[in-house]
Design a protein around this ligand. Structure first.
Ligand SMILES: [Ca+2]
Length: 237
């Protein structure tokens, strides 16, 4: 029975006597404690892809539990600028998408880098490098679905590339995220075991992560706007 089912059953049984109510409340509390105890340190980080984002395809995903090296290698294909399908620019030719990351048994991201190559001459992106970044230990995260699955998320510090010029500047370094759908890697949530997909079925999306500081400033700005609106309304009244 699902936990929901338990709670529903317990809830429906609550009634009649006060002692039975107390028992039910205690049981629900126990279930909640048990649920929180099963939550591991590793978890999805639920990154939200913001434009401008780079799509990559034909990605091979591999994790070597002996060396703790996670790799994802494929081909960059498109750039979207407005967050609306379809992507606004196809790369002049396929570029490359490459992630090499050190991820330990606990899912801690301990280093590595991401490199996306390619050119879009229509945008003047002709350096050959679209985006580069590094995984900063203690800051960047490796996210995956508890119990395993095909979605892997990594955050990184942006270090260069033509597309980085489109990323919003803030107080700190520009930051990015990449979400990889490995497809059939057989990953079961256990990073003491190696896993790999078929070498070409994965895809990814790579995008900026808005800086918390700039979001705070945006919220403050909204606050001022609302305050101004409030005072204007009062004056008119
Ligand atoms: Ca678009």
């Amino acid at each position: 029975m699902t936990t929901d089912g338990h709670v529903r059953t317990l809830t429906s049984r609550i009634g009649q006597t006060a002692s039975r109510r107390l028992m039910a409340v205690a049981s629900v509390a126990l279930i909640l404690v048990a649920m929180s105890a099963t939550v591991t340190t590793a978890a999805p980080i639920n990154l939200i892809p913001y434009p401008p984002d780079i799509t990559s395809v034909f990605i091979g995903v591999n994790y070597d539990a002996g060396t703790n090296i996670f790799t994802a290698n494929g081909f960059s294909s498109d750039l979207d600028l407005d967050g609306l399908a379809p992507p606004d620019y196809a790369l002049d030719a396929f570029g490359s998408y490459s992630v090499t990351a050190t991820v330990d048994e606990n899912g801690e991201l301990l280093g590595g880098s991401i490199t996306i190559t390619g050119e879009i001459t229509a945008l003047g992106f002709n350096s050959g490098t679209l985006l580069t970044g590094i995984f900063v230990p203690g800051t960047d995260k490796f996210g995956f679905i508890d119990g395993g699955g095909e979605i892997f998320e990594l955050t990184f510090e942006v270090t260069g590339g033509d597309v980085a010029t489109l990323y919003e500047s803030g107080i700190g370094p520009k930051r990015g995220g990449t979400i990889i759908n490995a497809v059939n890697s057989g990953f079961n949530g256990d990073l003491t075991q190696s896993f790999a997909n078929d070498g070409f079925s994965g895809s990814s999306d790579t995008f900026p992560i808005p800086e918390p500081a700039s979001m705070t400033i945006a919220l403050l700005g909204m606050g001022f706007l609302l305050t101004g609106h409030f005072w204007r309304r009062r004056r008119r009244a």
